[in-house]
Design a protein around this ligand. Sequence first.
Ligand code: 13P
Ligand code: SF4
Length: 338
Amino acid sequence: MSSQALPLATPAGLTAPGERKEFIAREIKRLKKEKNALILAHLYERIEVQDIADYHGDSLGLSQLAKDTDADIIIFCGVHFMAETAKLLNPNKTVYLGNPNAGCPMADMITREDLIAFKAEYPGVPVVAYVNTSAEVKAESDYCCTSANAVEVVEFAAKESGSNRFLFVPDKHLGGYVQSKLPHIELICWEGFCPTHMRMNPEDVVALKKANPQAEILAHPECDTPIKNMADFIGSTTAIVKRAKESNARTFIICTEDGVSQRLSQDCPEKTFHTPTRASAVCPNMKLTRVENIYKSLLGQYPEILISEDIAEPARRCIDSMMRMPGSSGGPVMTGKA
Ligand code: 13P
Ligand code: SF4
């Protein structure tokens, strides 16, 4: 279904963009209360979407929030696998993806059939799936991780399963990072990658560092190895935000999607944030959601996220492996503006 399929229910008199914007913001606030809805936004979302959400954060922090919420409706402003994860954790709640067309090209790089064939090549080797996978792929996997806890999850999986060999899907760059931290464990990685993080060029990072020698380089583990090798800090999106806020440095080179630099520029106006890209580091799918889409979700104009129980039950078991692991890090940041 196209996200633009239904017209917005705004009063006919509201023609000025400012008036319309204010009306939609007011309606979102009213409907959210009336329907007991929770709005979650990933840090790669447009800044105005992050600001109208109840919480913004990384995929782990938002999953944890989704698990603990008393809300009846969850509107997940992010990409499809994130809303699916929220639904898996809350089977009895109504879950909408902020824009039903927002997918993740990396998650689409492995299908259930691909994984079944991969497993057949390595019989008995357990599978760790990055949360950036479909529910069908999770249903075929043993453990689940996010970028915030991948190293801890693999360590935990090795202890729990007794195996020192794992298949890791789909991101070869996150897998490579985990492998570098856990040399005693063998990870056999799928050849997936994030097209947005791959647009970041190591030469641009070198040039920025040359121009700003005091700058700290903060990188997401989905970046290519040469960028991670230059980084002062590697972490999930929330971990990058936290580090930049807590650091004494004044200048940062932020090697992840543009939304993080925008968030930081807004939250820390006294600091300077550079993003290393010749092409822009924008995830087009994350930017599909606009404030109007949240309003449409609250009006029930979009299809709910639904997962058949034969897939949901094993996929939930995979996600639970991460939730039951002690001491997983990451976490949301409350906006308090909605
Ligand atoms: P986080 O795990 O940092 O939320 O990142 C998710 C993602 O899609 C990165 O591209
Ligand atoms: Fe997927 Fe990359 Fe976009 Fe994250 S930034 S949602 S991994 S395409």
